[in-house]
Design a protein around this ligand. Sequence first.
Ligand code: ZN
Length: 338
Amino acid sequence: MTRIDLDALRSSSAARMGDVLAGIGAELARWAKPDRGRARCPFGCGATGFPVSYADGRARCHYEAKSWDAIALVAERYGLEFRAAAERLSDILGGDFAEAPRRRSEPVRQLRQAEDVSRLWEALPARDERGEAYLAGRGLWHGPFPDVVRFNVPGATKDEDLARRARQGYRVAFGARRPDGKVANISLRYVGDGPPPDEKKTVSLAGGSTKSAAIMRPEAAQLAADFAGDTVLLCEGGPDFLAWTHSLDVAALEGEEPPTWVLGCIGAGIAESVVSTFAPLLAGRWVRLALDADKAGEDGAARAAAAAWRAGASRVTRITLDGAKDAAEVAEQEARNA
Ligand SMILES: [Zn+2]
């Protein structure tokens, strides 16, 4: 386990207490700044309005007369002990606060703030003939879906990492959002000719937050306070997100399924931390785990199920598909048979 540089973590979270509060599901007042402002109480203490003020690295609920630093906030929100809370906080901040010294030749990993990732995301085009053809060929394109799917077309961005990925053929881009709906990472899907570089079909933005972001519609952030009775389904990656979202939207329209919001994890290995991070959206709901039918998916689902119960889910079920690894594979078979 890496040691976390607590001084760096504390000074970063003091400068970005608003991000910390938003990251644990508290709505910020419109005028709130990253380092000082007001928020709704993340603990639902019953106060109306914005009872929490924050400044200089501390948040205070004036209704409960309690105050916390960032680590204590995360610890209380998710029921974690100190070290686990510090690690979760480091994920929320999207940062690398590992204390281990780096060799001089190693490049310094650049960390990105959600504001910067959101800007990169918004700059990507929502349409692209080649990328759409790839998705259509897999039975996953049902029209523009710019909150979720954009295209990393060569020349679309000045960002070095994205531009390099575009040249390599990572053209379909999925926005991964924090629980408050802000894009904090971009997951890229290879659509080039031949095998992908390093055998990786999917890569994500260098320096983007991975453990605490999921591919979702931005409106899903409202699950923290609204849409009683709606359920949440957890799956792996962008193509699976599209397949599940389409089939569940159709099923909900026909009254066969309750309205269901899909969270796409960037990898089964982080399913547990996605569930913990998105706990405010899952409490009191039916959580359905549709991680891939393989070893990684099974392990991820078992840990995610335990995390979902801890998050206060009212029901947790596992979905596996007959004869298919995931929903995207089912959509592909249907597209081929059509
Ligand atoms: Zn409170």
